[in-house]
Design a protein around this ligand. Structure first.
Ligand SMILES: Nc1ncnc2c1ncn2[C@@H]1O[C@H](COP(=O)(O)OP(=O)(O)OP(=O)(O)O)[C@@H](O)[C@H]1O
Length: 217
């Protein structure tokens, strides 16, 4: 369970978000919608540990408490959080093959054979076992988005942050990629927070949706 209590965000003293609370159960996706500039990305930064309670960054001030399974995250540095982040662009390493991209995420303390077996399993799940040695640019946008998700999950994050991951996809591909993402999050059984402008993304995630509104932007 990922929980946020009393999250507030202000910019130069004006409130953007006031007193936001939510809980996300394992295997569930909570969607946050809201207009541009209201602070959705800042909420993700707060959860990833790059924006801290009480710290001011260029006039932006966040406060509140984030916890994972009851353990306060506020004092945990980003590098100590097992957080997965998926963004608008798949951000695969362009010079590395698909299997190298996947292997990159798998903890190095695992046996070499186990690491390869996990990467191979991911390729089969993606339906592209023949593409192991191709570069990302040879895949479609939808395939790249799926590889990026599995690469993120192979690192075994405790929770996942999704920052508009479907927005750059061809609309015809979105439905399948959304279903794939939801299924993988359910299988991984970790809480996930999605930030989006698109109500169809939120609907497809089948979880709670919070719509942020503000008079101050
Ligand atoms: N590092 C920063 N320093 C100063 N202001 C910032 C900083 N980061 C964000 N802001 C401002 O804080 C407000 C909230 O930004 P944020 O990116 O969180 O909004 P958003 O809801 O994610 O917007 P969008 O949907 O356009 O990505 C905006 O007015 C933005 O210009």
């Amino acid at each position: 369970m990922l929980s946020v209590k009393q999250f507030s965000l202000s910019l130069n003293g004006s409130n953007l978000i006031s007193n936001l609370h939510f809980d996300i159960a394992d295997g569930q996706v909570l969607s946050i919608m809201g207009p541009s500039g209201i602070g959705k990305s800042s909420l993700l930064h707060f959860l990833s540990g790059t924006l801290h309670h009480g710290n001011q960054v260029g006039g932006l001030m966040a406060s509140g408490e984030a916890s994972l399974h009851g353990v306060n995250l506020n004092n945990q540095a980003t590098e100590n959080r097992k957080v997965g982040l998926l963004q608008q662009m798949p951000l695969l390493f362009p010079h590395m093959s698909i299997i190298e991209n996947l292997l990159f995420a798998i903890p190095e303390n695992l046996h070499k054979q186990d690491r390869y077996a996990s990467a191979q399993q991911a390729l089969e799940k993606l339906g592209i076992p023949d593409k192991a040695n191709t570069l990302p640019k040879a895949l479609s946008g939808g395939q790249q988005a799926r590889v990026a998700l599995l690469r993120t999950l192979l690192a075994k994050p405790d929770y996942l942050l999704l920052d508009e991951p479907f927005s750059k996809l061809d609309p015809a591909l979105r439905r399948d990629v959304r279903a794939f993402v939801l299924n993988e999050i359910q299988q991984a059984n970790i809480p996930a927070l999605l930030v989006t402008h698109d109500p169809d993304d939120a609907k497809a995630m089948k979880g709670q949706c919070i719509e942020l509104t503000s008079t101050s932007i």
